[in-house]
Design a protein around this ligand. Sequence first.
Ligand code: GAL
Length: 372
Amino acid sequence: MKKIILFIALCLVNLRLYSQYKEFHPGEIWKDNKGIHINAHGGGVLYHHGTYYWYGENKSENSNNALVGVMCYSSQDLYNWKNEGVALEVSDSKESPIVRGCIIERPKVIFNERSRKFVMYFHLELLDKGYAAANVGIAIADSPTGKFTFLKNSRVNAGKYPLDMTKEQKESTSTVADFKDWWTPEWRKAVEDGLFVRRDFMGGQMSRDMTLFVDDDNKAYHIYSSEDNLTLQIAELTDDYLNYTGRYVRVAPGGHNEAPSVFKKEGTYFMITSGCTGWDPNAARLFTSDSIFGPWKQHSNPCNGDGADLTFNSQSTYILPVAGKKDAFIFMADRWKPKKPSDGRYVWLPIKFENGLPVLGWLDQWGLNVFN
Ligand code: GAL
């Protein structure tokens, strides 16, 4: 009898752990199935066969560098997450670009219908090189939880000009050396006209904060802060998602956008980004376009109410379409804690639409029923 009671008690404890949350609590500690704050920063979510997979940066208590790798958590209801462990592990080999101590940020995973492979892209900075490398890293797996195998890293589209640069811009002889001072109006104009695209033409375009987007036709795109974080670029991937087709465009040249997150609703593409103030929050920006390749039109800050000018103390990372609910999108953002990175918080808010444009407002807590 005692044993049965103990068994039932254990089951109840387990049940409690597994169905802990019935709502989202933006900005608060968010415990996984083991009762530990979820460690998946700068992340994104993949929905696959009825399960959501949340990938993000594992951050340690006192370092922003990658000491573990990219984490994966799974969930059926979006509130409660099971720790699936490290999906992509850092390496102990000094020869590896993803050696322990490098910087791995903003990992995103997409599923390739043709190859049946899971493909991960992330922002990679090489060990002890600060943020100079501005590389993209690519990894692949047979199962959503990994382990992912690291394939390669590079800059983007070496030797290719964007589709939207004019002949005049491509052939301009103006170089970075012509500008003693940055941030002057002349320099800004030159950046808009592709100064850094030309500088990086041979070695490939810089790629830092990033996301991936798969369109209705299964074509995938890598969207990243390029050109010294001054300009976003959107690059089309090959059908296996492992390479670039060479087709890419620039978005808001010189506009200083980071943390891109993209979704599509009724044929319109929406992008929410941040400005560039490092770990400190700033006001979100909103863009729309009828085509992934633009032209993208900028609108005013999508955030409303208290805290709107600092995106409720957070920075965008991903926009998650809720499975099975029409026009239901969750804005996912990070509240960074650079002094104790693993304590960084997650701000998830529902996207509302007013006059056809996304609007974000703060909620202490909320559930998926807001979308009904
Ligand atoms: C932020 C960026 C983060 C990280 C950080 C480093 O602006 O969004 O992903 O790179 O800078 O300072």
